[in-house]
Design a protein around this ligand. Structure first.
Ligand SMILES: [Zn+2]
Length: 365
């Protein structure tokens, strides 16, 4: 067998292969701390069944997530299926691969690639009411992109910001942003009403370097972007410097940050700030959460860590800020008929519904 983790998003360290068992570890992110995500290509498989044993998972970023973890695999690069996965008491994950095949791509989640983000960029570029498309080069020569819609030169409108994938391993934030784009594409009538009052700014991939190099939470310079909002370091995190600079030009009145949580089955939202400031804002949150099936996990708290994006934006701009956590890890508790790709479909539908709520209701504020 051959194992290749030099592929995009690849992250896997093979220690040994013996008796049809691949013994491996997950590489740490470039901050030498976080790890959870893995992806590799296995080829030249001449004997099945074989198994993959990954040790040291109890020291990963979210050790408790392994209890319900199910690895995913693709034999054709298109369809993904759940693989029989067990957690041993010593913190070793064992993945049983029983299907006869020459090759298998094995992952923690289904990957969402830079090529897919490129397609998403083309979609956002083609949407009506696009006002500007700004780019900033990352350390590894990728681009962070901001798509802005409905902006007027006088800049008297309020601003809605939606950013996604600060944590590159949370791959289903890609499909979420597909859902947002799909709504904007199909409902340009209601978008026109929204954009009459609000500019919209979209960042569908805040951490392309992390995506390319298989980081779970950080960029390649070791910065966990969602803990780096107080940094002003164009060398270590040009992604955030760029987004923060553009925010100063278009100060947020609503900030939505999209993430994935390994430990959940249903999505939830964390909200900062002023939801009781106006009854309309309160009603908006209620409708938003009802339609998306979102549970509100916590309300504004004192002593917040303002290096976190949601808290930073709320602190600086005194506006409604929320982090939406989608269910990104295929769970042992999933119903038998469910497939890993269904999690992508659910994230996409959630993105569509959140955008629908914005367009239907926020324009009345
Ligand atoms: Zn996250």
């Amino acid at each position: 067998m051959k194992i290749d983790s030099t592929i995009e998003a690849g992250n896997f360290n093979v220690k040994d292969i013996a008796d049809n068992v691949i013994y491996a570890q997950i590489n740490k992110d470039s901050n030498q701390k976080d790890y959870q995500w893995f992806l590799c290509d296995i080829s030249d498989i001449y004997e099945t069944p074989f198994s993959v044993e990954i040790d040291g998972v109890f020291n990963a970023s979210y050790p408790e997530a392994w209890k319900s973890f199910v690895a995913v695999g693709s034999y054709d690069g298109g369809e993904w299926e759940a693989l029989n996965t067990e957690l041993l008491p010593n913190g070793t994950i064992v993945i049983h691969c029983v299907k006869a095949a020459q090759k298998l791509q094995l992952g923690y989640f289904i990957p969402y690639t830079l090529a897919q983000h490129k397609v998403l960029s083309a979609m956002y570029s083609s949407l009506k009411y696009l006002f500007s498309h700004q780019l900033e080069a990352t350390v590894k020569g990728n681009n962070v992109e901001i798509f802005s819609y409905g902006c007027d030169s006088a800049n008297v409108k309020n601003n809605v910001w939606i950013i996604s994938r600060q944590h590159s391993g949370e791959s289903n934030t890609g499909p979420f942003m597909e859902g947002v784009a799909e709504y904007m594409d199909k409902h340009s009538d209601t978008m026109a009403v929204l954009l009459g009052k609000y500019n919209m700014h979209i960042v569908h991939n805040a951490n392309p370097d992390g995506v390319q190099y298989g980081m779970h939470r950080t960029n390649t310079e070791g910065v966990d972007l969602n803990r780096g909002w107080l940094l002003d370091d164009n060398k270590k995190c040009p992604e955030l410097s760029f987004i923060k600079r553009c925010m100063e030009d278009f100060p947020p009145d609503l900030f939505i940050d999209i993430h994935g949580d390994e430990r959940i089955v249903e999505p939830y939202v964390n909200i900062d700030g002023n939801i009781n400031k106006t009854s309309e804002a309160d009603a908006f949150v209620t409708r938003l959460t009802a339609l998306g099936g979102l549970e509100i996990r916590d309300n504004p708290v004192e002593n917040r860590d303002i290096s976190i994006g949601r808290h930073f934006v709320n602190y600086k701009y005194d506006c409604l800020c929320m982090t939406i956590e989608t269910a990104c890890q295929f769970q042992k508790s999933s119903v038998v008929s469910e497939k890993p790709m269904d999690y992508f479909a659910k994230a996409s539908l959630l993105g569509f519904n959140i955008m629908k709520q914005l367009a239907d209701n926020y324009s009345t504020l």
